[in-house]
Design a protein around this ligand. Structure first.
Ligand code: ATP
Length: 282
């Protein structure tokens, strides 16, 4: 997506959600943080091909959890399980249990639309809608018919996304006129304007230059004070810098190790993980 097109189906889905009204709690001490997402034996198939095998992990709230591993090992697939974006792929089948605050998101009575409001998503390439900065931020609220003080939401969301100072004098100019890094922060502002609990980020900095990447990394760390961030990255240094927990997936869709980030990078249990993070393969 070049940023000049209409919103894709995925973006529209994330933005057209209807609220079930649950809001984030705030907890800054990740050591004692409660589990917000628990995967237990999650298997995913695309047709006959198994993409994830028996994934189990507990993600603490108000923390950054990184998913790393070689291309095709299932990181994005796992991310998309959390807000049921895989529902949109006809051939995808998910088994096992994946709970958000104790409720299995795959239960029949869970509305995927309401779920996606609690679990926002930021995509790899910045994809502002072809609208003003202001309209981008309030888009989700407006199409959900949520009445709010839009001016306040815009200011608050842009401040939380560390973009306010750069755009406060041109809120009615097009979001597409911003730099790539600013566009991605605008997309983050758009994702948090509807007050989700979890933010899923699929390689949010991979299309950005080093300065913009560093701004996004700082922002992710700040966002974890109010949100639970789950981020897929190809960049191991980035995972080491910004995450509290790291999940290492390896070929075949296996979660080989999940632990505190420092442990994974300094003293992993698995030889395969050590080989991967020291660059012996992948
Ligand atoms: N829509 C789909 N239809 C069929 N197979 C798919 C689909 N999406 C992913 N796959 C397959 O599932 C496996 C895992 O893919 P996934 O994109 O989750 O991996 P990844 O670790 O995120 O890869 P990358 O780092 O390259 O983005 C791959 O074999 C991929 O080809």
């Amino acid at each position: 997506m070049t940023g000049t097109e209409d919103p894709t189906n995925d973006e529209m889905l994330v933005q057209t959600d209807v609220s079930d009204g649950l809001s984030a709690s705030s907890m800054s001490d990740t050591t004692n943080a409660e589990t917000i997402i628990r995967a237990d034996g999650v298997d995913v198939w695309y047709g006959d091909e198994q993409a994830l095998q028996g994934i189990s992990m507990e993600i603490p709230e108000n923390s950054v959890t990184a998913m790393i591993g070689p291309s095709g090992c299932g990181k994005s697939t796992f991310l998309r399980c959390i807000n049921r974006m895989n529902d949109l792929i006809d051939v995808a089948r998910v088994e096992g249990s994946l709970t958000l605050r104790g409720k299995n998101v795959y239960d029949d009575d869970v509305d995927p639309v309401a779920l996606r409001r609690r679990v926002g998503m930021v995509f790899q390439k910045p994809n502002p809608f072809p609208k003003s900065i202001y309209e981008n931020v309030v888009y989700g609220l407006k199409i959900q018919g949520i009445d709010a003080d839009y001016d306040e939401v815009v200011e608050e969301s842009l401040k939380r996304a560390a973009l306010w100072d750069e755009v406060k004098d041109r809120l009615h100019e097009s979001g597409l006129d911003l730099s790539g890094g600013q566009q991605q922060r605008l997309c983050i502002a758009r994702a948090i304007a509807t007050d989700p609990e979890v933010l899923l980020m699929d390689e949010p900095a991979s299309a950005l230059d080093p300065v913009a990447t560093s701004q996004i990394e700082d922002l992710v760390e700040e966002l974890a004070e109010d949100y639970t961030v789950v981020i897929v990255t190809h960049n191991m240094q980035q995972a080491a810098r910004i995450s509290d927990k790291t999940a290492v997936f390896l070929t075949g869709g296996e979660l080989v190790e999940f632990d505190d980030t420092q442990k994974i990078f300094e003293n992993p249990e698995s030889q395969r993980v050590e080989d991967y993070i020291t660059g012996k393969f992948g």
